[in-house]
Design a protein around this ligand. Structure first.
Ligand code: FES
Length: 220
């Protein structure tokens, strides 16, 4: 576990040191977003929600570290400041005094569920020179899934045809379009979009995460 704090607020940092000690986690603190070293993957990122640029940074942080809990704290909670922080998409918003206790409580379930949810697919190095289907997972938490690689882009979709259960990845792949081996329905394996029936709905697109040189499937 690794907690990254982007603040120099002494009260918040003292609280986070207690949390890190209780959870056996490391705590790295930085004074600004620009100075923050976020590698290796953090378990939690704590930001001063009122710091310039903090609300705007939340979507980028969540996209880059989809398994990290992104928490914001407010020092002088006004209604508008609180609402702004909540609208930014933080996973947790708390006052600076309450942040540590609330973060510790939330991290207990957050880390456990993250570990259960994501499924390892392969090493990034395994993708070199392999295009098309690179993995089929029967027992992923997402259900049967297929992972595809197209020159640098890794996509994953559920691997069951919604028409009558055909195993899509056993069909024909042309570009990013897969044709079901049973009755010919077609889907885009990067968006999940249905392109041709008889299936009448899309297939589910699954989230892929690259972390520590490995590729994971992360259910939404
Ligand atoms: S099972 Fe896929 S088209 Fe019928």
């Amino acid at each position: 576990m690794r907690i990254v704090a982007i603040t120099d607020d002494a009260v918040v940092l003292r609280g986070l040191e207690r949390v890190a000690g209780a959870l056996g986690s490391t705590l790295d603190s930085f004074k600004s977003l620009a100075a923050a070293a976020l590698d290796p993957a953090p378990t939690a990122i704590v930001l001063d929600a009122e710091m310039p640029g903090a609300p705007e940074a939340v979507p980028d942080l969540k996209a880059r570290w989809p398994l990290a809990l992104v928490a914001g704290f407010v020092s002088n909670p006004s209604r508008s400041g609180w609402e702004r922080a909540e609208a930014a998409g933080f996973d947790l918003v708390a006052s600076r005094g309450a942040l540590a206790a609330q973060l510790q409580k939330k991290l207990h379930t957050w880390a456990a569920s993250s570990g259960k949810r994501r499924a390892r697919v392969c090493d990034v190095a395994d993708l070199a020179g392999r295009l098309g289907v690179v993995a089929r997972l029967n027992d992923a938490p997402t259900g049967p899934a297929a992972v595809y690689h197209f020159s640098g882009q890794v996509c994953a979709v559920e691997d069951v045809c919604p028409h009558a259960g055909g195993r899509l990845s056993e069909g024909t792949l042309e570009g990013t379009v897969i044709t079901c081996p049973l009755h010919g329905s077609q889907f885009d394996v990067c968006s999940g979009a249905r392109l041709r029936g008889p299936a009448d709905v899309d297939i589910k697109k699954l989230r892929v995460e690259v972390d520590g040189g490995q590729v994971f499937l992360v259910p939404e």
